[in-house]
Design a protein around this ligand. Structure first.
Ligand code: DAT
Ligand code: MG
Length: 140
């Protein structure tokens, strides 16, 4: 399996509870390396653009609201099989269904406030990384 890059975000519900370090440690302990990182309080417009794929879903308004409600930490992660590995460490979208030891099982509050985002495929990883980072900010 090749070395991949993926986009990760520590959501406002987690930064608010001072979990940036704890979550980053879980990613690093699993072998993922943080090769870019920035703290950003996204605007509603940025949240709408980032989550445009979900614009017709019933929870879209709530999603945009919660993502722009406080600071996030956006990151590029690199490692062996990084996209799938990150999704595994994150756990299921709904924390009640997430496996023991995953970030969402450990830290998420609800399906909406589920602490982390992670790209789900190589195509979305490339688009999401480019949405937030320039190449010069990524130091692999
Ligand atoms: P994931 O974040 O696991 O990739 P997703 O892409 O299906 O999940 O949804 C994006 C985000 O939208 C998710 O992290 C939280 C929110 N969301 C999804 N389903 C929801 C629901 N039924 N109610 C409220 N928020 C939801
Ligand atoms: Mg998703």
């Amino acid at each position: 399996m090749a070395i991949e890059r993926t986009f990760s975000m520590i959501k406002p519900d987690a930064t608010r509870r001072n979990l940036t370090g704890a979550i980053t440690k879980m990613l690093e302990d699993a072998g993922l390396q943080v090769i870019a990182s920035r703290r950003v309080w996204m605007s509603r417009r940025e949240a709408e653009g980032f989550y445009a794929v979900h614009k017709d879903r019933p929870f879209f308004g709530e999603l945009v609201e919660s993502m722009s409600a406080g600071p996030t930490v956006i990151q590029v992660l690199q490692g062996e099989n990084a996209i799938a590995k990150n999704r595994e460490i994150m756990g299921a979208t709904n924390p009640t269904q997430a496996a023991e030891g995953t970030i969402r099982k450990t830290h998420a509050l609800s399906i909406g406030e589920n602490s982390v985002h992670g790209s789900d495929a190589p195509e979305t990883a490339a688009v999401e990384i480019a949405y937030w980072f320039s190449e010069t900010e990524i130091v692999g």
